[in-house]
Design a protein around this ligand. Structure first.
Ligand code: GDP
Length: 306
């Protein structure tokens, strides 16, 4: 699988460039308090947040005791296990095909990579022989609409868009058209910035209600696209959008850049307090079509630990 290996390399390079220094912690010869203190700093530097850092340290100490580990290298392997186990509930495939169409509403602040991720997701679904229809409901930004038209063209899928139209009306038309045309998936792009955050959330809630009116039980997915570079702020974004809209999943982009990756640990720990952890359906590791990859907890843990 050369493509998948290439992706892991990009992820590893992205995480390495941050100099999170987790691997560095295990270059000594002893397992002592200093090692755990260094690890604590490294995890905090990697944006894991205070709670997830503490959770991982406690879990790791338990594992070290149980395994009677005596070498830092062994502790590192146990940390990889601890991270993979913490992240595993985030690993869940996006399911389509249970509804005709499955309606996916995609939200996120401008610049997070929403439109690009929709383009990549469209290709992913089109390759799986799914008939996709796009809804350009970010009618506030002409550039967003044009970008989505390009993605639709590239993937040869249909698109409902209307210059300067009402976002909820465009989305409604798209879902109705998707039903009428026997589409498998309708993906709605939405605005990422209005005059205030409250105004944006009201607009998105309205779109959500409109989708429900067009099709019972829809939207089936409300996905938040988050820029992996925003660190701890990524978690606050997830929480704010979840409180307003009830998210069903997350896409984390730009993990090939200077992202630190620890934010997934923070997300996972928060997920334990939520009724259900929010899955990370995909991660973005570049700007190309093939750069949207399904999230794998074990692979991610290994990339994170260098
Ligand atoms: P939107 O405003 O949320 O729709 O964001 P866009 O989809 O327009 O993306 C903003 C910028 O981020 C563009 O230059 C994209 O090419 C870039 N981008 C999106 N996803 C990724 C990713 O995973 N990695 C990298 N390096 N760039 C990305």
């Amino acid at each position: 699988e050369p493509e998948r290996r290439g992706w892991l390399d990009k992820l590893r390079q992205g995480l390495r460039r941050t100099g999170s220094g987790i691997a560095q912690v295990f270059t000594g010869t002893q397992i002592d308090d200093a090692l755990y203190e260094e690890l604590e700093s490294a995890l905090l530097m990697a944006d894991a947040g205070v709670q997830a850092t503490q959770f991982l340290l406690d879990d790791l100490k338990r594992r070290v005791k149980e395994a009677k580990a005596t070498e830092p290298a062994a502790v590192k392997a146990l940390l990889a296990d601890a991270v993979a186990e913490l992240l595993r509930p985030l690993q869940r495939p996006l399911r389509v095909g249970e509804h005709t169409p499955t309606v996916i509403m995609v939200v996120g602040v401008n610049g997070a990579g929403k439109t690009t991720s929709i383009g990549k997701l469209t290709r992913h679904l089109a390759e799986a022989e799914q008939k996709v229809l796009l809804a350009a409901a970010d009618t506030f930004r002409a550039a967003a609409r044009e970008q989505l038209l390009v993605w639709a063209d590239r993937n040869r899928v249909e698109i409902v868009s209307q210059e300067g139209g009402d976002p909820a009306a465009v989305t409604y038309d798209a879902v109705v058209a998707g039903k009428a045309r026997g589409c498998d998936v309708v993906i709605a792009d939405t605005a990422g910035r209005l005059t205030t955050q409250a105004h944006l959330m009201e607009e998105l809630k309205k779109i959500r209600r409109t989708i429900a009116k067009a099709q019972d039980g829809a939207p089936h997915e409300v996905l938040l696209v988050v820029d992996g570079n925003t660190g701890q702020n990524a978690l606050s974004q997830v929480q704010a959008f979840d409180a307003a809209l009830g998210l069903t999943g997350v896409i984390i982009t730009k993990l090939d850049g200077t992202a630190k990756g620890g934010v997934l640990a923070a997300l996972a720990l928060w997920g334990r307090q939520r009724a259900q952890p929010l899955p990370v359906y995909f991660i973005g590791v570049g700007e190309k079509l093939e750069d949207l990859q399904t999230f794998d907890a074990r692979e991610f843990a290994q990339a994170l630990l260098g």
